[in-house]
Write a protein that binds this ligand. Structure first.
Ligand code: ATP
Length: 451
């Protein structure tokens, strides 16, 4: 049977991203840099919206999770204690002819996929980027670019507990860059060497860990659904015993159906007491928790939901992508959830007429105080709608000659292409309601998917 893949080809997404300003190859005028990408004007908005919605769900709307931002460079002992220096490795084989390196676990034969040359025996390769602190490049000044944000939260466990006066169960959340010298990066922003993570370390009493693992698996799975990912494109997969990381007691992946098949979007692991025990041992500081209510002392277990911002952005883009025939033309549209859409409202005067433009500008200046708004008066109205469809703008507001007479404008909804006429004085309020999913004449696609 053929492998399951999503209906959208990756090339279509890559091309749309370049054309409309979501994602560009990094340092492109110099020929780019392998697997590094830059987020353009609408890409950066999408990414910010993903991060804001995550932060809102896991910090702002909860009593039991606080945020931090730890530094990318950490004391190198952190990576010894965490096991990254010894075991953050992939077995690699090298082609004896073209010298390309491959992940041994990803090959189906013992020949080089590029040139069919003979391969070496597997060799372990550490995935951490090494660098030097200070002016002297010597072994004692070696440090690493963090390969995950997690360790910043483990080593701050005691600081955060004291400063925020929390009791278990409680969590620390962080969003930030991570770096891995991946051997086989690829599939656009799915696997890169520099990426951004959104991680929670949730500290619990041993014995309650199974309950909390289950809780976070459900919570995180639903986060994607609530932001418009289709249920049939998302699944949970429990790791087999031989697949788990060295620290994990149990682990689930939230997987998305990417163009190359099902692949991890987020991992949710029960890390047991591994991290705090290791850091206590290596730092000499006690990381034991004292439960005031029961008088017990113990090392907390940790449940870790760990997601990638870039992978999420890719999944949201793929899932939203659609091509359909509209008025005899092919329409490319991103049915992004309004909360994620880079631009919420586009203001479009019917033409550059000297009477229409001032009114349109006035409406634009007013609306942009409330929403990310774009003003566009170049080319025909049809082309402007298509441009906004392609970046997933949920609403276009059109100002025409009648508007000058009746003080009304037209709102066009992206998904249904339905148009309604509303008074300018009510525009802000109506758009607010529509962006929250209220006041629709026809159900928009993202709202239907959430049901
Ligand atoms: P994979 O098996 O795909 O390499 P992983 O299991 O090593 O991923 P984790 O260490 O669990 O990944 O990292 C948590 C999340 O960080 C992943 O679910 C993914 O979203 C993101 N992530 C990890 N590595 C990369 C990468 N190289 N590029 C982009 N995102 C990544």
């Amino acid at each position: 049977m053929a492998e399951e893949t999503s209906k959208v080809a990756m090339e279509k997404i890559v091309s749309l991203c370049k054309r409309r300003g979501f994602i560009f190859p990094s340092s492109e005028i110099y020929g780019g840099l392998s697997s590094c990408w830059d987020y353009g004007p609408v890409g950066v908005e999408l990414k910010r919206n993903i991060k804001d919605n995550w932060w809102r769900a896991v910090v702002q709307e909860r009593d039991d999770v606080v945020g931090i931002e730890s530094s990318i460079l950490m004391n190198p002992q952190v990576w010894v204690a965490s096991g990254h220096v010894d075991s953050f490795t992939d077995p690699l084989v090298e082609c004896k002819v073209c010298h390309l390196r491959w992940r041994a676990t990803e090959l189906n034969s013992n020949k080089c996929p590029e040139c069919s040359g003979e391969l070496t025996e597997p060799r372990l390769f550490n995935l951490m980027f090494k660098t030097f602190m200070g002016p002297v490049e010597e072994e004692s000044s070696v440090t690493y670019l963090r390969p995950e944000t997690a360790q910043g939260m483990f080593v701050n466990f005691d600081n955060v507990l004291g400063a925020s006066r929390r009791k278990l169960p409680f969590g620390i959340a962080q969003i930030g860059k991570a770096f891995r010298n991946e051997i086989t990066p690829g599939n656009f922003v799915f696997r890169t060497r520099e990426f951004e993570q959104m991680e929670i370390e949730y500290f619990v009493k041993p014995g309650t860990d199974d309950y909390w693992l289950d809780y976070w698996v459900k919570e995180r799975f639903n986060w994607y659904i609530n932001l418009g990912i289709r249920k049939e494109n998302l699944r949970l997969r429990q790791h087999g015993k031989d697949e788990r990381a060295h620290y994990a007691e149990d682990c689930y992946d939230v997987e998305y159906l990417f163009p190359m098949g099902w692949a991890e979007l987020e991992g949710i692991a029960n890390r047991g007491d591994f991290d705090l025990v290791q850091h206590a041992k290596h730092s000499g500081k006690s990381l034991i928790y004292f439960d005031e209510e029961t008088g017990e002392r113990f090392v907390p277990y940790i449940i870790e939901p760990s997601a990638g911002v870039d992978r999420s952005a890719l999944a949201f883009l793929i899932d939203a992508y659609d091509e359909e025939m509209a008025e005899g033309e092919l329409r490319t549209v991103l049915h992004l959830h309004p909360a994620l859409a880079p631009i919420k409202v586009a203001v479009l005067p019917l033409s550059r007429n000297e009477k229409l433009v001032p009114l349109a500008k006035q409406i634009y200046t007013h609306l942009r105080r409330s929403f990310m708004t774009q003003y566009d008066d170049a080319q025909s109205i049809g082309r402007r709608y298509r441009r906004q469809d392609e970046i997933g703008t949920p609403f276009c507001v059109t100002i025409d000659f009648e508007s000058l007479e009746d003080n009304q404008v037209t709102i066009r909804e992206r998904d249904s292409m339905a148009q309604i006429r509303v008074p300018i004085s009510e525009l802000d309020k109506i758009l607010q309601a529509k962006l929250k999913g209220e006041a629709f004449d026809t159900q928009p696609l993202w709202a239907v998917r959430q049901k």
